[in-house]
Write a protein that binds this ligand. Structure first.
Ligand SMILES: [Zn+2]
Length: 240
């Protein structure tokens, strides 16, 4: 298949919609090819079954207009950055050939999220090694970025994507996970805001992130490497 521009590599079906659904929608709207790799089927979740979550992931993927959605079927709630898992993920990266990989923040209350962040990073590097024993031809993504959405650490985002025009659709994609979020006040790394509905909590968070770049809604990301500015004259976001 044709190479992807952007691939989210996340622990559970629904994680990508929460942490970077708006950015994926925006990429899609700009003609970039997008995909999601769910590392597990979420079979250990308290609500819903693996089958139901797969149907919901499919429906959410249609809202996002993804070019590819894969599931690595690694063990939920026991996700580890093992040699075997790295070979599985590297094989999928070699097939989808994403230029950019988005994954979780390096900390997280769910151990799978921490493991996924490491696994995505290591697999991205290893899949480029000529003699690495994964399926497919060697391929290395150009860049790995970590979504900062919903994190409490004082880590400053490297950049924020304006998702103002994508916010409602992002919420539609999240709503596709009825088994997980029907009546929910928290999900993934989204802590509850008293009894406030999840949808309002997600909206409030995106509004706070958006204000960092002076727009209505945003999603925050972090990279190890510095981001380039084309010229000083083209810089955006007012100091005042
Ligand atoms: Zn998750």
């Amino acid at each position: 298949m044709e190479a992807l521009d952007v691939l989210a590599v996340v622990a559970h079906p629904d994680d990508a919609e929460l942490i970077c659904g708006g950015a994926l929608l925006k990429s899609r709207a700009r003609g970039e090819r997008t995909g999601i790799l769910d590392l597990t089927r979420g079979e250990m979740g308290s609500q819903g079954t693996a089958e139901l979550r797969a149907q919901e992931a499919q429906a959410a993927g249609e809202v996002l207009g993804l070019d590819a959605r894969r599931n690595a079927a690694l063990p939920d709630a026991r996700l580890r950055n093992t040699q075997e898992a790295r070979e599985t993920v590297a094989g999928i990266l070699r097939e989808l050939r994403p230029r950019i990989v988005i994954t979780h923040w390096i900390e997280g209350r769910h151990p799978d999220h921490r493991a996924a962040a490491e696994l995505a990073y290591d697999s991205s590097f290893l899949s480029g090694l000529k003699n690495y024993p994964a399926q497919g031809d060697p391929f290395r993504p150009m860049k790995v970025i970590h979504a900062l959405s919903f994190r409490e650490e004082p880590t400053k985002p490297t950049f924020v994507v304006d998702i103002t025009d994508q916010m409602e659709k992002k919420l539609d994609a999240i709503a596709a996970y009825g088994s997980q979020f029907g009546g929910a006040v928290q999900a993934g790394e989204v802590f509850p805001g008293g009894g406030r509905a999840l949808v309002d909590q997600v909206r409030a968070h995106a509004a706070r992130v958006g204000s960092m770049i002076r727009v209505e809604y945003g999603e925050a990301f972090w990279t190890r490497e510095t981001v380039e500015a084309p010229t000083l004259g083209s810089l955006s976001v007012s100091t005042f």
